[in-house]
Each structure stands twice: as C-alpha cells, then as structure tokens.
Design a binder for this molecule. Sequence first.
Ligand SMILES: Nc1ncnc2c1ncn2[C@@H]1O[C@H](COP(=O)(O)OP(=O)(O)OP(=O)(O)O)[C@@H](O)[C@H]1O
Ligand SMILES: [Mg+2]
Length: 257
Amino acid sequence: MNAATSSGTAALLEVRGLSKRFGSLRALDGVDLDVAEGSLTGLIGPNGAGKSTAFSCIAGADKPTAGSVRFRGREIAGLAYHRVAALGIGRTYQIVQTFADMTVLEAVTTAALLRHPHLRDAVAYAQDVLAFAGLADKRYRLGRALTIADKKRLEVARALATDPSLLLLDEVMAGLTPSECHDAVGLLRRIIARGITVLMVEHVMEVLMPIADHIVVIAAGKTIFTGAASEAVRDPRVIEAYLGSPLEHREIAEHKP
Ligand SMILES: Nc1ncnc2c1ncn2[C@@H]1O[C@H](COP(=O)(O)OP(=O)(O)OP(=O)(O)O)[C@@H](O)[C@H]1O
Ligand SMILES: [Mg+2]
C-alpha cells in the first residue's frame, strides 16, 4: 500500500527506490516511503535495516547511490546537507552529539544561525526554542553536564532551531525512562501542534502506536510495509523480518539481535 494514495493527499516527502551502497554492502536497496504533510510517520525495522542511512540520504549527510527524494515535489537527492536544511528538513542523530564544552544555549544558537545570520537574532530565536523544548532553565549548562534525556532534548532543540517543516527524529526516546518518554511524547505533540511534519525512527511500538498516523517498515534496505501501526504488528512480512515467528507489540519493541 502506498501512503500517498491511501491518504489521498500529496506527500510532503516522497522517497522512491532509495539505494545506498557502502562498498559491496547494500545498506538501502530500494526504499519507498511517503510522509503526508502534518502527519507523524513512524519508521521501524530491525537493527541494521537501514533506517539511519535513509535519514542521512534524505537529509543530505550521505549521497544515495540511486533513487529519488522529493520534498514539496522538488528533487533533493544528492543535495548538500546545508541546502537540504535550508529547504526545511531538520534531523537529529541517533548517536547524540555531545557539545561537551558548549552551553545548551550556544549549541542551539549555532543551529539557529541557519535562518538568523545576525548573532543577536539567533540567540533570541534559540531562547524561544529552548523555552518550547523545556530546556530554558538549563541554557547555561555545558553539554557534558546533561542527562541522556536532556542530551536527546538538545538534539531535538537544535533541529527545531533550523525552523524545519519536516523533522526527522532518530530514536530520540532510546535509553529514556518511562517518565522521560512520557515527557518526550509531550514535546512531540507540541511539535505536531506547531504544524511540523514528523518522520521518526522509534523501536518502542507502545510509543508509536498512539501517535503515529502511518508506519513504514524497512528490512534489509527495502520497504516491506506501509500502513497503520495496528496492522504492522500483524503483518506476516513484518513478523518474519523481526523474528520469523508470531509476536506481540512488546517483542517488536524490544527486539535487538
Ligand atoms: N558509513 C557506513 N559505512 C559502512 N557501512 C555502514 C555505514 N553506515 C551504515 N552502514 C551499514 O549499513 C547498514 C544499515 O545501517 P543503519 O545504521 O542505517 O541501520 P539502522 O536501521 O539505523 O539500525 P539501528 O536500528 O541499529 O539503528 C548496516 O549494515 C550498517 O552496518
Ligand atoms: Mg539507526
């Protein structure tokens, strides 16, 4: 099933046949996915399926070997990272950047400079973003002094500071306690309410199920499922990709080879 045709609306992001080789390894081998404007789309798949590589190819951090990435109908595959960011795609990194010797405010200000070239304006915008992200009271803290949850929050704040219309979130809830996850979902809901479209990689299906409009599942670099989260956990191809046997939501969530 195709998300664009199933929802009946043109997709903000349309990825077709996205492929990426690292030497002889086919990390991506024909990924198709659509993200409808205003939606929250979940991207799941077993470890090594190619989720983070797909993000890097969409965001311009890696050049795809083949395939098409259309954003607002415009082909962006192979564009440099800063040009993709300027068009309105922000992303977080699965392995958080540390910003050990920068304050939280400095780290977010450097991201805000993309849209606000004058430092004073960038600082003011960064302050707004920090308030929105719930980090205002930690703005003078050094990156090294942050908890995992706040490092993840800082990643999201830096992406938001580039004023994206599409936000790619790569496992921003990994390693968080249930209460920290709850707070992170609150921030996600505020991001959606602000009109930002989200494509997120998340292993915890209990987190995705209530908030995702669509789920895309990739395995071995290929899209194997697009549809509702409740259907994904029952789809035979998805089940086989994870374990090769019937499983419940929690088992998908916790599977690590
Ligand atoms: N820069 C790279 N050079 C070589 N191989 C890479 C590189 N980046 C990723 N890979 C390989 O590409 C495949 C896909 O990796 P990727 O990180 O995209 O998977 P993932 O779905 O994000 O996995 P995880 O759930 O563990 O984060 C893996 O086999 C990985 O080892
Ligand atoms: Mg990954």
